[in-house]
Design a protein around this ligand. Structure first.
Ligand SMILES: *[C@@H]1O[C@H](CO)[C@@H](O)[C@H](O)[C@H]1NC(C)=O
Ligand SMILES: *[C@@H]1O[C@H](CO)[C@@H](O)[C@H](O)[C@H]1NC(C)=O
Ligand SMILES: *[C@@H]1O[C@H](CO)[C@@H](O)[C@H](O)[C@H]1NC(C)=O
Ligand SMILES: *[C@@H]1O[C@H](CO)[C@@H](O)[C@H](O)[C@H]1NC(C)=O
Ligand SMILES: *[C@@H]1O[C@H](CO)[C@@H](O)[C@H](O)[C@H]1NC(C)=O
Ligand SMILES: *[C@@H]1O[C@H](CO)[C@@H](O)[C@H](O)[C@H]1NC(C)=O
Length: 504
């Protein structure tokens, strides 16, 4: 699918360094003059690490930034070792227009991982119904022949949405922040964007004039590999992932999680390997602070913070042990649950007969996406490349033993593995609470839970992607900074496109 207008990208990149680290030097201090002494971030995935980094940028070198992580730094960005190589087992691809991620990689001195070409097919349980060729134009002709105008309509729709979405980088570069996901979306794409978080993708596409066949055969497989769900997911998250279905994706050499550990180091944050068990408000005079109680392997601890950012999904299915104590009115876990997706990494021989290719040497595909066919027990299977790719690396041929990643809604049973693979050396399984289980008409969770208490992962209900978390991280850092300094003129401003033009 197509690219984005380059001039826009260049413009945004050029605007990037315009905002000095630490914010505007003329900024008035907190009303009582004191900057915050201690800030806590709960969660060290991409959202939490990026928040720590941006908080440091805006609040300066003095504030103590503690980051709590009960598992591994990186969260849903994780790797797994197979046969002496590491492979991404969670979030694996980064959209080319993720300007925050690009900036992180640059600042951290990390490298882009080389892209090893491989073709994609779409399988309906019986036949391969669509296959990628070597020649992009030929693909366009095939799509045109099979789906008519659908493809072009879809491409224009996605580009228009992404172009509007890209405004966020300008707003953020000028220091503007939003107190809710709705305000943020509204500033980018008006009520149309908010409506897109509430209506099914399939409705939006049908209304555009995209054919049902195209939805079933192209859109559904992309939603299945990206979100493990069908085309009833909201249109906004659908559009985000269709933008990500383009060719220009990238990953980080050595593993995407290196961005998280790098950001924490660059932010000079204290990493606490601890599970936060409770959070409770404490008032000392005028100021409202928060006490976090936590458990480490050495025992329990307790600490009081001026500002707290929760950068982990608060749903009980993900964070069963985090209790909100002493809030009035009582604070409840947000509704909904996370969608469980199983990532199975198999080292073995793919059974290409299953896809109608009895001779594996004639099987030309590296990835197989699937339609929403009831008989299928998996969402996708793909030959994967290690996180470190040496100069002489080549992808394994289907007649050789290779490393494959299978996404499925349930654990694969032995007979299923034996259907998909002729034989295998090893099988490793990760069960992810991967992304929200989307329903239409879902309200987006709040960003500001209480004064100086923020929640990052609500953004995932608009769209779950590294890009979205990075944008939310920057927004929360700016929001916390402006709230602390009572700069309400930087919050929830309308007509920002116009304002920014006149500011320049
Ligand atoms: C979004 O939905 C609201 C309420 O249904 C409607 O008034 C508004 O016109 C819609 N916006 C767009 C751009 O379609
Ligand atoms: C999509 O999945 C949901 C359950 O997650 C189901 O209720 C809905 O009917 C499905 N929609 C389609 C179009 O298959
Ligand atoms: C993989 O790449 C990372 C980042 O470039 C590097 O730090 C690491 O040493 C590499 N590992 C191997 C085994 O080459
Ligand atoms: C947190 O720990 C402190 C000190 O150990 C204790 O006094 C307080 O009751 C604890 N709070 C909660 C909500 O458990
Ligand atoms: C640590 O805190 C938990 C509650 O979060 C409590 O159940 C446990 O008894 C405490 N352990 C110690 C050693 O105080
Ligand atoms: C491979 O797939 C074919 C076709 O579905 C099936 O008949 C066969 O049992 C599978 N397993 C092996 C080991 O070939």
């Amino acid at each position: 699918m197509g690219g984005f207008p380059l001039p826009l990208l260049a413009l945004v990149l050029a605007a990037w360094p315009a905002w000095p680290a630490g914010g505007d030097p003329d900024t008035p201090a907190h009303v009582d003059g004191a900057p915050p002494a201690k800030i806590a971030v709960v969660g060290a995935g991409i959202g939490g690490s990026a928040t720590a980094h941006f908080l440091r940028q805006h609040f300066g070198p003095e504030v103590q930034v503690d980051v709590f992580e009960k598992g591994e730094v990186g969260g849903r960005l994780a790797t797994m070792t197979v046969n002496h190589n590491d492979y991404e087992s969670g979030g694996s691809i980064i959209h080319s227009l993720n300007l925050h991620m690009q900036e992180f990689v640059k600042q951290l001195g990390l490298k882009y991982r080389r892209n090893v070409a491989g073709k994609t097919a779409i399988f309906n349980g019986k036949d391969v119904i669509l296959e990628e060729t070597d020649w992009y134009l030929l693909d366009l002709f095939r799509l045109w022949w099979r789906y008519g105008i659908s493809f072009i309509r879809l491409q224009m729709w996605v580009e228009e949405i992404m172009e509007k979405f890209m405004r966020i980088y300008k707003y953020q570069a000028h220091g503007y922040a939003f107190s809710s996901v709705e305000e943020l979306l509204d500033s980018l794409g008006g009520s149309g964007f908010i409506n897109m978080t509430r209506r099914p993708l399939s409705d939006s596409l049908l209304e555009l004039g995209v054919s049902q066949r195209f939805i079933d055969e192209v859109i559904a497989p992309v939603m299945r590999i990206n979100y493990g769900q069908n085309v009833s997911i909201p249109a906004f998250v659908g559009a985000v992932s269709l933008a990500g279905a383009q060719n220009n994706l990238w990953a980080v050499e050595g593993g995407n999680k290196l961005v998280c550990s790098g950001l924490l180091k660059m932010a000079n944050a204290n990493l606490l390997q601890a599970h936060v068990s409770s959070i409770s408000p404490v008032s000392s005079g005028e100021a409202l602070q928060y006490q976090l109680n936590y458990t480490t392997t050495e025992g329990n601890g307790s600490e009081v913070y001026d500002i707290v950012v929760l950068a982990t999904p608060l749903q009980a299915s993900v964070e069963p042990g985090l209790h909100f104590q002493g809030f009035s009115p009582p604070f409840d876990q947000p509704p909904g649950h996370y969608h469980s997706t199983i990532a199975t990494i198999v080292h073995g021989y793919l059974n290409t007969s299953f896809f109608g290719f009895p001779d594996p040497r004639l099987f030309p595909f590296a990835s197989v996406l699937t339609t929403d066919a009831p008989s299928l027990f998996f969402n996708s299977v793909a030959s994967v490349c290690p996180v470190n790719i040496s100069a002489g690396f080549r992808r394994k041929q289907p007649q050789e033993a290779g490393v494959y990643k299978v996404f499925s809604p349930q654990l694969l049973e032995k007979p299923q593995l034996k259907t998909l693979f002729r034989s295998y050396y090893s099988v490793q399984v990760t069960e992810w609470q991967a992304y929200p289980h989307y329903g239409s008409n879902q309200r987006l969770p709040p960003v500001e839970l209480q004064p100086n208490l923020y929640y990052l992962n609500g953004i995932e209900w608009a769209g779950s992607a590294m890009e979205m978390s990075s944008v939310a991280a920057k927004n929360i850092a700016l929001l916390a900074y402006h709230r602390w300094n009572r700069q309400t003129d930087m919050l929830d401003q309308r007509d920002l496109m116009h304002r920014i033009k006149t500011e320049l």
